[in-house]
Write a protein that binds this ligand. Structure first.
Ligand code: NAD
Length: 324
């Protein structure tokens, strides 16, 4: 059986192995192919007569699938599978699988790392020291930003699923109180330091707001002019979920006006970030290049699940199928 990996580089930039796939299939792994349909011809050419394809962000549209008559299995190397036209795949009898979860702890850890950076600016202070600012300082210490202690403060978590709950556990260990907003509530999770509230109460009461809900029509732009206006003056925002949850022009305005004290974002509306994104020049805004998912441990887990998905498919008992 032939397998093609269309864009394997971000999952495996060289520190993991395709050996498990090579053991099951005659394998060709490309680092990258095309991130939009302008690369349709190349996508079709590379898949050729393969029965198995793995994609992370390379689109497999109905038009592309039509030109892949041998294809039987698409393994999406991610949780979200919007890059595949799953209905067209189903109509052609192609099984599409995804990776439901692999990086809960890594994403929660990153949300807290971003929070820590906003509270201490360790990176910026280290840069200042290496630039000579400490050597030339009149006092024995200095700081360039307000430093913030988290114990006793309140974290509001929008979307209280796996990652939201993992983030809450770390926040509680730091001595924070947690307010959770979710359309589906698990009342047993409530405690002295954690309670479910409505969105407006969360916005009004939280010192830090962390986004962990999926991107749906109902959550798109959930952080906008109106919700920012309802936040505590001086609040901080963290987004490790999906860029379009935030109306970026509104957030840039809230940062520049000082309405909120800081934002730390691992995701933006269009990735890679566009050079004219207003957040690139907004005050007190930390931006990382969508790395929450990427510790080696998480990527290895993702690889193992992807291979397990294929192995189950080959054995006639497919799992993690998204187009049943
Ligand atoms: P999950 O499904 O366990 O939790 C999502 C929660 O959001 C659920 O409890 C759900 O009820 C809730 N929710 C749904 N609609 C809502 C709404 N309208 N308002 C409030 N809550 C709502 O998912 P998870 O594993 O915790 O992942 C959360 C998100 O994290 C993913 O959807 C993904 O966007 C993001 N993510 C980012 C990275 C990264 O590298 N930056 C990696 C993995 C996941």
């Amino acid at each position: 059986m032939k397998a093609v990996v269309l864009d394997g580089y971000t999952l495996n930039p060289g520190d993991l192995s395709w050996k498990a796939l090579e053991a099951m299939c005659e394998t060709t792994a490309y680092d990258r192919t095309a991130y939009d349909i302008s690369g349709l011809d190349l996508i079709i050419e590379r898949v050729g007569d393969a029965e198995v394809v793995f994609t992370n962000k390379t689109p497999l549209t109905a038009e592309a699938l039509k030109a892949m008559p041998n294809l039987k299995f698409i393994g999406v190397l991610a949780t979200g599978y919007n890059v595949v036209d799953v209905d067209a795949a189903k109509a052609q009898g192609i099984v599409v699988t995804n990776i439901p979860t692999y990086g809960t702890d890594a994403v929660a850890q990153m949300a807290i790392a971003l929070l820590m950076e906003m509270c201490h600016h360790a990176g910026a202070h280290s840069d200042a020291v290496k630039k000579g600012d400490w050597t030339n300082n009149v006092d024995w210490c200095f700081w360039n930003y307000p430093l913030i202690e988290l114990a006793g403060k309140t974290m509001g978590i929008i979307g209280f699923g796996r990652i939201g709950q993992a983030t809450a556990r770390i926040a509680q260990a730091l001595g924070m109180k947690v307010l959770a907003f979710d359309s589906y509530q698990i009342k047993e999770l409530e405690s002295v330091t954690l309670k479910y509230v409505e969105l407006d109460e969360l916005l009004a009461q939280s010192d830090v707001i962390s986004l962990h809900c999926p991107l749906f029509e109902s959550t798109k732009g959930i952080i906008n002019k109106e919700s920012l206006a309802k936040m505590k003056p001086g609040a901080m925002l963290i987004n490790t979920s999906r860029g379009p949850l935030v109306v970026e022009a509104d957030l840039a305005e809230a940062l520049n006006s000082g309405k909120i004290a800081g934002a730390a974002l691992d995701v933006v509306s269009s990735e890679p970030i566009k050079a004219d994104n207003p957040l690139l020049i907004a005050k007190n805004c930390i931006i990382t290049p969508h790395i929450s998912w990427a510790p080696k441990e998480s990527r290895q887990r993702l690889m193992d699940i992807a291979m397990d998905n294929l192995s189950h498919f080959i054995n006639g008992k497919p799992i993690n199928v998204v187009n049943k």
